[in-house]
Design a binder for this molecule. Structure first.
Ligand SMILES: [Ca+2]
Ligand SMILES: [Ca+2]
Ligand SMILES: [Ca+2]
Length: 221
């Protein structure tokens, strides 16, 4: 008689089922004031105003390369008024900047990714209509999700203690459209608001090592 005997099946845990996460979490500092952000960067920044783009340029199902990052989107939003660099006369209510700016749009679970040309420590810019009225997106940077809050219209920047290769606007609800301009990035390590001193690369001089060989002077008769 089996009574209350219960057979418990023990699943054998594969060796890969438990991963030891050893990488340290990035410590992020959020700035909503451009001046404070720039002060934290200590002057080591690069900027993108998008103003070199002279005609509306889409990045749906493709990427557009800028000096310091590329941007691309491959989600479900197909409207011509999202996911493009809005040049000339604004074609989007999300371009509130009075100059050429990026206009993005993401659906739930979709990333709009800024892929940096090299690992960076700070990414910020002037944003328009992020999470207007309803929370529709978060930022994903250095392995962390950052909540930009409701009704972000203005500067928002993140400084990280660890380098990151992408900055992503991640949709969390349907239909987030937004604008972005005046992107400011730092590729230099930053510690407590001050750039970490980096030893200057030694310059190697090969003085006197250069010898001119003129073996080809020989003329053939
Ligand atoms: Ca601009
Ligand atoms: Ca336009
Ligand atoms: Ca929006």
């Amino acid at each position: 008689m089996w009574g209350n005997v219960k057979r418990i099946l023990l699943s054998v845990l594969a060796s890969a089922s438990v991963l030891s996460l050893t990488s340290a979490h990035a410590a992020l500092t959020i700035f909503t004031d451009r001046s404070a952000y720039l002060s934290a960067l200590g002057g080591s920044l690069v900027e993108e105003t998008f103003d070199s783009i002279l005609v509306d340029t889409h990045f749906r199902n493709t990427t557009v390369q800028f000096d310091h990052f590329s941007v691309g989107y491959s989600g479900v939003i197909r409207s011509s008024t999202f996911n493009f660099i809005d040049a000339g006369a604004p074609n989007s209510v999300n371009n509130t900047f009075g100059s050429t700016a990026l206009v993005g749009g993401v659906g739930p679970g979709e990333p709009l990714t800024f892929a940096l040309t090299s690992p960076a420590y700070a990414f910020g810019g002037d944003w328009a209509r992020i999470n207007d009225t309803v929370a529709r997106s978060v930022f994903d940077v250095a392995g962390e999700q950052v909540d930009p809050g409701l009704d972000l219209d203005g500067f928002f920047g993140v400084v990280s203690t660890t380098a990151f290769s992408t900055f992503t606007v991640l949709g969390i609800a349907f239909g987030e459209g937004f604008g972005l301009d005046n992107v400011a990035i730092s590729f230099d390590p930053i510690d407590n608001g001050r750039p970490v001193p980096v030893p200057a690369a030694g310059l190697l001089f090969a003085g006197g090592a250069f010898a001119a060989y003129r073996r080809h002077k020989a003329k053939r008769a």
